[in-house]
Design a protein around this ligand. Structure first.
Ligand code: SAM
Length: 236
């Protein structure tokens, strides 16, 4: 945790926050901070700055907060991710949040196991928990937005053109002819397939919306490896 992320309900007045639980334990046991120490803090969806511990006991701490710095720039990539298995999704959410993605669409695909859509992980508060871990890691404060799209065809036919408008559009597909671009510093919409890959029909549907199939080369990567490798190509 490289940033203590504060929520509205942590504030007892405009400049003072009280912490208990996970963040308090991290400050006490990992950072080993004591009264008077300055910590790097941020407000969820707001600025970041410093928090000076004014009191601390075995249960909670109080800090005086000075917020005056902007969060890092977002990554200009909208991610369409075929819903991975829940265990993998947790890790992927943390890494895409750390990498600065702000819009994530979890989409269906023929090779997504139907049971994944019933996972309790897809409750907004559970998704946010993993996104927040990524923000804390990367010293970011802006919570990404996740949209669940459990039907592939209506998503592509009715929504995708609007979502991708004004962006470069790619679908990561190992057998694609075109190599994945480098340093493409412009707004991009990127589709990444499920562990079994997109089926040809899905690639064709995405192509009909202007998506260009791109490949990282002959090595086929697991989704959780492919995601950060692909996103790094779109980092300015
Ligand atoms: N057998 C599947 C196929 O050929 O599509 C493998 C799917 S791969 C494990 C899961 C997803 O990660 C792919 O759908 C793609 O989006 C992405 N991916 C993995 N390796 C890739 C590569 N070398 N080039 C482009 N995308 C890749």
């Amino acid at each position: 945790m490289n940033l203590i992320l504060l929520h509205d309900n942590d504030f007892i007045d405009q400049k003072r926050a009280q912490l208990r639980g996970r963040r308090f334990e991290h400050i006490q046991n990992i950072q080993r901070a004591t009264s008077g120490d300055e910590l790097r803090v941020g407000k969820l969806n707001g600025l970041h700055g410093t928090g000076t511990i004014v009191s601390l006991d075995s249960q909670e701490l109080e800090m005086e907060v000075q917020l005056d710095q902007s969060p890092p720039d977002p990554l200009p990539v909208t991610l369409l991710l075929a819903l991975p298995r829940p265990k993998m999704l947790k890790r992927i959410l943390q890494s895409v949040s750390s990498l600065g993605v702000k819009k994530i669409y979890l989409i269906n695909s023929y090779r997504v196991d139907k049971s994944f859509w019933g996972s309790p992980l897809l409750q907004p508060e559970n998704l946010n928990e993993h996104l927040i871990l990524g923000l804390e890691q990367a010293r970011d404060t802006v919570l990404p937005e996740i949209t669940l799209c459990p039907r592939f065809k209506p998503f592509v036919e009715d929504e995708l053109t609007k979502i991708a408008k004004g962006t470069a559009t790619y679908v990561a597909h190992p057998v694609a002819a075109a190599p994945c671009p480098h340093n493409l510093n412009k707004p991009t919409t990127l589709a990444i397939g499920p562990e079994g890959g997109f089926i040809p029909y899905e690639v064709e549907k995405l192509q009909s919306c202007g998506f260009i199939p791109i490949s990282l080369g002959e090595r086929i990567l697991r989704v959780e490896t492919a995601v950060p490798v692909l996103l790094s190509r779109f980092t300015p």
